[in-house]
Ligand binder design. Sequence first.
Ligand SMILES: [Zn+2]
Length: 408
Amino acid sequence: MKNKIKFTVIFILCICLLYGCSSNSNIDYSDTYVAGQDSQENFINYYNEYYYASSGDNYYFVRNGFLYAIDKETRECYPLCNKSDCLHDREDSYELRKECKAYLNSTDDQVVYNDGFLYYCIDDEEYDKDGNHHMLERMCRLSVDGTKREIIYTTEDYTICNFRVHRGYLYMEAAKFAADEEDPNGEKSASLDKAELLRVASDGQDKAEVFLPYNEYRKKYKYFDIRETKFYGNHLFLRINYSKKGKSKSTIFNVDLETKELKDIGDNLPLAYDARLTIFNDKLVFNGDGTKIYECDFNGENLKEVLDGSKIVKEYNRFAPYSNDGKNLFISVYYVNPKNGYEFKLSKKLISCNKKYEYTVHEMPIKYRAEIGFDKDFFIFQKDKDEKTPLYLINKSDFKSKLIYKFP
Ligand SMILES: [Zn+2]
């Protein structure tokens, strides 16, 4: 009898090994944020393409093609290379830069963390057997211990604009080249009118599929513009602006990640045209026109006003709930000139509130837009990544800033 049980256990183990016990069977499909397997939306600003990633011990980010780590304990920031004779990002020669282990040569400095791996995109080229030259984009992943580097997806047809890893899949917002958009030098540019959301298993072990045909929506919705994308639980939420009968409209699409069913849930929501959306306490939180912040359920129901910024900070008139860190919601404070509606003045004040919407007003060391929530300890701040301005940590307990890295 004992032997029979043993045999059964071994047999099941063998089946698992043979068929891989698909990674999806380990996924927790609770309709809330599950750490490790879910997209770290609190570390990404979609619109301005700021990406940070968090593992157990470190934060990660990419600048100018180099991968950096910030040690959560010591708060030191450094290029992720252990070669003793290497100058890393301070190396002038391109050939030597390529030798640095931190040099990913990634496009657009985007990086996400998921289940022990960092995902990034690189430009590559190759010649086929007939000597034809091909320009490629490759999605890659690197294990955080540095031992594994894999190619997940390669494309010649698409330009990958944004990507996330969520619940076992890599999702890529990918645009196709438009033949008529070649400039006089023969340079092609990708057109967002021809964009699609692609999806492939996050270990690269199956074929990519078109998950959402964004270009089809562009035929239906005039001036279709995706302002935010947020993966959360079993959903993808898209904050959309479009034009209907000459009037601008704002809405939210809720896409079911299992059935791909898309619902427009914004009909009765008082969304501002420039509304910010964050998912806090398992609710959608956004701002209306004026000074009010609202929350509603994932289907757009149970709308509730949760805060009126004008009652908290009097001399300002715009309040944007950009982000949260899982514990606190962060609301950036502005003054907008009511005469023209576009002159913005950002304040040094930042409102944070807990899950009961009990608020605190903080005086930040700089004028600060909390576009990314990060986690409970710090904000990471860089004024302008293209200008290579220094990187700061802002401590969430005393809201003091500390310079942690100067880029060469
Ligand atoms: Zn190096």
